[in-house]
Design a protein around this ligand. Structure first.
Ligand code: BGC
Length: 368
């Protein structure tokens, strides 16, 4: 005798199916919202990938793939040209008394990106005989054109730091930039505040060396792919990370000013730094962009597709979204004068000098 599978009784009625459909819809919505809230970076990356896919389909259906071909041609030509034009002849001569040029023969373009995890101690061993304890360096065969402070906002990304250093340090040395690296670490489990960390980093770094010409705000998981992406202060404000691999190497949106960017010391003071009010993921860079534009500064981006970066995907603990950012962003201009460097309050941070960086560490609380 064949036993027939019995469906639950409520499914024998049409209303049962409606209930089931509604439940699965609610579950899907809940999981989606949960994902967007807790993994905003991933959600964004997926969205950008979806948009890229959509554009490719439209291109093939309506334009027979011509737009993509044109784009590839432009990219290809630009990068080949960039790789083959020698920056300076290999035997180029300059003296210790000359200001370092911005283009050196060693800056060959595309660099090999190695995402293998290594302990910090290994990178320390490789570079500590070159870099001064505390994370600074300056060229000795010419006079550095710029003194640049690198501020890296940080929390629990210990695997990322050595990977970044392995790529960034040789690149800066090739570019003959005088630099100092500061890691600004937020202790504890309170909501992350990237912008507040950067304001604090600015004030503390200036106490250590008040002669910085400009500041580069560098996310720890952004690995540069091209050593011709010059980190000096020319063309500031500058969005260095113009194209990120996880976003299909496209500029996220026209006003995007996140990931890796820089401003001169004077520009940072003029715009009153970052807002201190962005608790959680997102929005602080958009607000900063508004400040920059409000003061009439134009943002530059690296030429010839030099601004390509790879994102470290492992150990990517994500911060929660700041959902209130959209309404806050509506008031960026008015808030500019009252919220920023001039309203900065924080407890004394712990400052420690490590072989490759200076660590500025403190706890931050939304309620002060
Ligand atoms: C956020 C920015 C973020 C950008 C790109 C925006 O929605 O507000 O903070 O940098 O997405 O991921």
């Amino acid at each position: 005798m064949v036993r027939r599978y019995k469906y639950p009784k409520f499914l024998s009625r049409p209303r049962g199916y409606v209930v089931l459909l509604l439940l699965s819809f609610l579950c899907t919505m809940y999981s989606m919202l949960h994902f967007i809230y807790y993994k905003p970076g991933r959600a964004n990356a997926l969205l950008y990938r979806y948009q890229a896919m959509q554009e490719t389909v439209i291109d093939y259906v309506y334009y027979g793939g011509i737009r993509r071909q044109k784009w590839q041609l432009k990219q290809g030509l630009a990068s080949t040209a960039a790789q083959t034009i020698p920056y300076l002849p290999l035997n180029y001569n300059y003296s210790n008394f000359d200001v370092c040029p911005e283009k050196f023969p060693e800056m060959k373009g595309q660099i090999y990106v190695n995402m293998t995890e290594i302990p910090l101690s290994e990178v320390n061993t490789n570079f500590s005989h070159i870099i001064q304890h505390g994370g600074s360096w300056e060229p000795h065969d010419c006079i550095a054109a710029w003194n640049v402070a690198f501020l890296i906002p940080f929390r629990n990304r210990y695997e990322h730091l050595p990977i970044l250093f392995r790529h960034l340090l040789p690149m800066l040395i090739k570019q003959r930039i005088k630099f100092s690296i500061f890691v600004i670490n937020q202790e504890g489990d309170d909501l992350f505040n990237r912008a507040l960390l950067l304001n604090i980093g600015f004030v503390e770094a200036m106490k250590i060396d008040h002669s910085f010409d400009c500041f580069v705000f560098h996310d720890v998981d952004h690995i540069p792919e091209n050593d011709r992406n010059y980190y000096g202060c020319t063309g500031m404000p500058c969005l260095f990370a113009e194209q990120l691999d996880i976003h299909g190497y496209r500029l996220e949106y026209e006003d995007f000013f996140g990931g890796v960017n820089g401003v001169t010391t004077q520009q940072f003071k003029n715009v009153n730094g970052f807002s201190n009010q962005f608790w959680g993921w997102g929005g602080e860079d958009d607000d900063f962009y508004t400040r920059i534009r409000h003061y009439g500064y134009n943002v530059s981006r690296p030429p010839n597709n030099y601004g390509k970066y790879q994102s470290i995907v492992n150990h990517h603990t994500q911060e929660r979204q700041y959902l209130g950012r959209f309404s806050r962003l509506k008031h960026s201009v008015e808030q500019n004068f009252i919220d920023g460097l001039n309203s900065l309050h924080y407890n004394k941070p712990t400052i420690r000098h490590y072989p490759l960086f200076t660590n500025i560490s403190l706890k931050l609380r939304p309620d002060g």
